[in-house]
Design a protein around this ligand. Structure first.
Ligand code: AMP
Ligand code: ZN
Length: 136
């Protein structure tokens, strides 16, 4: 299902042009217009799902299969030194477009980006409590 008010639905379904590096029946992979690094791309499902939690399991699996096809080619042809797969859910986590997308971000030595987090130092008790909370 498409959402008529969603820009990524329009891009994924070809109503708005994009620099497409891969397409199949269910997905389009496009170059990000505000790339973190050279080659930064987005895997977009053609159907509208707001985020990872709304994504059916088979679509999630297929999105990873698309990444397995495209990321190695990008890494080799762009001579990247590393690669981040990033996927944001919710405004708090940095999601700005509310249509599921998986970021493919080639990394280069000294590319000046900082996509990693700041580690914290919880004690053993706190880790145990978190584990218990997740276990439910
Ligand atoms: P996120 O913050 O995870 O929701 O990522 C949204 C991404 O979409 C950002 O990296 C934007 O640069 C990118 N973006 C937004 N609009 C467009 C567009 N029309 N075409 C390509 N990329 C876009
Ligand atoms: Zn959409």
């Amino acid at each position: 299902m498409k959402d008529n008010n969603c820009i990524f639905c329009k891009i994924a379904n070809g109503e708005i042009p994009s620099r497409t590096i891969y397409e199949d029946d269910a997905f389009r992979v496009i170059l990000d217009l505000g790339p973190a690094t050279k080659g930064h791309a987005l895997i977009l499902p053609k159907d509208h799902y707001e985020d990872f939690f709304a994504l059916p399991e088979d679509t999630a699996r297929d999105a990873i299969s698309v990444a397995k096809k495209i990321a190695p080619k990008m890494k080799a042809n762009l001579h990247a030194d590393g690669f981040n797969l990033v996927q944001n859910n919710g405004e708090t986590a940095g999601q700005t477009v509310m249509h599921f997308h998986l970021h493919l971000i080639p990394r280069y030595k000294d590319d000046g980006q900082n996509i990693l987090w700041k580690p914290t130092e919880p004690g053993a008790e706190e880790l145990d409590a978190v584990k218990a909370q997740i276990d439910g």
